[in-house]
Design a protein around this ligand. Structure first.
Ligand code: URA
Length: 240
């Protein structure tokens, strides 16, 4: 998609949009080797942009942790008009997109970034980082049920990889079990399908951790930038 030059410069963190306009008018900006002084000039994604002769990285890499509420689709637009991620990122200068997906009715931690290399590494099967979910299921699970989830459940797309479990609550009155499940794969609706396969339909599902990241301190529906330490830890977890 083509964007106005001053917008691209601002998104790359070179200057504010107003300052970027001044740089352009002053003849300090080149696009594909040609000085551009026209403010409405638009560039495609492949154009090389230089300021004072120095090539700029097209877009500053940004990383946000989002606490997705239930009832939100993990896409940037929804043809059915349901709430989606785009509704929560309108204030951001950079265009970010979600790494991985949470179901419409799953809440919790989503990583939003414009860092394609990191996104690709985190979702590649060889570098799957642990994802921890708190699940509340219908029925009273016994230890051997949790063992099944830990050791592997046969789903229609094959046996699941070893996982970790932690029992949190067995509510005998309401007939509900709450536990944490950490998986190292990213199959579609995996947690719901695993629980269903052993006879415990999921009532509520929330992702509370993704590799080194956790949801603590980020309220439902809120977004916060990752710290440098968190970005470094993610890179390490992704094997980059
Ligand atoms: N597993 C699920 O079943 N749903 C999610 O949203 C994420 C993991």
């Amino acid at each position: 998609m083509e964007e106005r030059l001053q917008k691209l410069l601002a998104a790359a963190g070179v200057a504010s949009r107003r300052e970027a306009e001044k740089l352009i008018v002053a003849g300090r900006v080149q696009v594909n080797g040609k000085v551009i002084t026209e403010l409405g000039y638009k560039c495609g994604p492949q154009s090389s942009i230089k300021v004072d002769g120095k090539l700029i990285a097209r877009e500053k890499k940004v990383y946000y942790l989002f606490n997705k509420p239930k009832g939100v689709v993990t896409t940037m637009e929804d043809p059915e008009g349901r709430a989606c991620i785009a509704d929560y990122v309108q204030e951001l200068k950079q265009r970010v997109y979600p790494v991985g997906r949470l179901d419409y009715n799953t809440e919790g931690l989503l990583l939003l970034t414009n860092d394609g290399a990191l996104a690709q590494a985190l979702t590649h099967p060889s570098h799957q980082v642990g994802k921890t979910y708190t699940a509340r299921v219908k029925g009273l699970m016994q230890d051997d049920d949790l063992d099944k989830l830990r050791m592997g459940v046969r789903l229609e797309d094959g046996l699941t990889a070893p996982a970790r479990t932690e029992l949190l609550e067995r509510d005998k009155e309401r007939g509900l079990t709450t536990f944490n499940l950490t998986i190292y794969e990213g199959r579609n609706r995996q947690v719901r399908r695993m629980c269903e396969a052993i006879g415990f339909p999921v009532r509520d599902l929330k992702r509370i951790k993704l590799g080194p990241l956790n949801l603590k301190g980020t309220a439902r529906g809120k977004l916060r930038p990752l710290s440098e330490g968190e970005v470094d830890a993610l890179y390490q977890a992704a094997g980059l």
